[in-house]
Design a protein around this ligand. Structure first.
Ligand code: NAP
Length: 247
């Protein structure tokens, strides 16, 4: 039996990287996956790839930081699918600068996508969850929420904030059988980390007990576990998928 058979799952930022690996995994486990991403070109390619392997998938262009765009996404889902079972709040961006050089625009943009976007999508998804069966919300945090990171005032604020919201929503939604958890990846091979200079990467990897970067599929496996009934008594927690970096 597939672990997510007949679930309706929304993966924001599902066009590429960790989100793509998650969409692929969820579809392989029997879910109908709605890829909700800003990038419609790559998003459609990813959806076609999943469909070609027999997966049930849809693509919707969305900007998670824009309430109107999020409203359109979940309006379409209500009309076409009637409910949401799983939401993976994976969309995220980086705009690094030291405290001294970070301007207000960079600060606001990262907060809008990584923090407000998670709030907007969760609020809309919860309204479409089955009152009998409940649902699952999964939020993308990061190893840096625990450790801090040079040049990431805005990003770390969002990733630590996501852990806080996860705990609040676990308390608010538990009685509705809606489980809410976060995943905190370490250094994962995606477009987000491709630009890190070799010297910096070597330094970062020295702090990883497993001595290597993670794969998107390894984060997707964690999301799949938390989305499945195998995690039926787990809520309000943050699962580190970081090769042991935070120990
Ligand atoms: P990625 O490869 O950069 O992919 C992120 C996806 O999100 C892109 O397709 C991007 O579209 C989309 N997106 C960006 N802004 C959006 C918006 N406003 N609305 C909808 N979609 C939007 O990222 P990733 O490395 O897979 O990371 C995924 C998540 O894991 C992020 O939240 C990230 O912070 C977190 N994370 C990643 C790592 C890592 O090492 N990679 C570590 C810790 C945490 P565009 O291409 O159009 O921007």
């Amino acid at each position: 039996m597939n672990r997510l058979q007949d679930k309706i799952a929304v993966v924001t930022g599902g066009a590429r990287g960790i989100g793509k690996a998650t969409a692929e995994k969820f579809a392989a486990e029997g879910a109908t996956v709605i890829i909700a991403d800003f990038d419609d070109q790559i998003g459609l390619i990813t959806a076609n790839e999943i469909s070609a392997t027999g997966g049930k998938v849809d693509f919707v262009k969305v900007d998670v930081s824009d309430s109107k765009s999020v409203g359109n996404l979940f309006g379409m889902i209500e009309q076409n699918y009637g409910r949401v079972d799983i939401l993976v709040n994976n969309a995220g961006i980086l705009m690094d600068s030291t405290l001294k050089k970070m301007d207000e625009d960079k600060f606001d943009k990262v907060i809008d996508v990584n923090l407000k976007g998670v709030f907007l999508c969760t609020q809309a998804a919860v309204a479409l969850m089955d009152p009998e069966k409940g649902g699952v919300i999964l939020n993308a945090s990061s190893v840096v929420a625990h450790t801090g990171n040079f040049g990431q005032t805005n990003y770390v604020a969002t990733k630590a904030g996501v852990i806080g919201m996860t705990k609040v929503w676990a308390r608010e939604l538990g009685r509705k059988n809606i489980r809410v958890n976060a995943v905190a990846p370490g250094f994962i091979k995606t477009d987000m980390t491709v630009g890190i200079p070799d010297k910096v990467m070597d330094m970062m990897l020295q702090r990883v007990p497993l001595g290597r970067m993670g794969e998107g599929t390894e984060v997707a496996d964690a999301y799949c576990f938390l989305a499945s009934d195998e995690a039926s008594y787990i809520t309000g927690t943050t699962l580190n998928v970081d090769g042991g970096t935070v120990t």
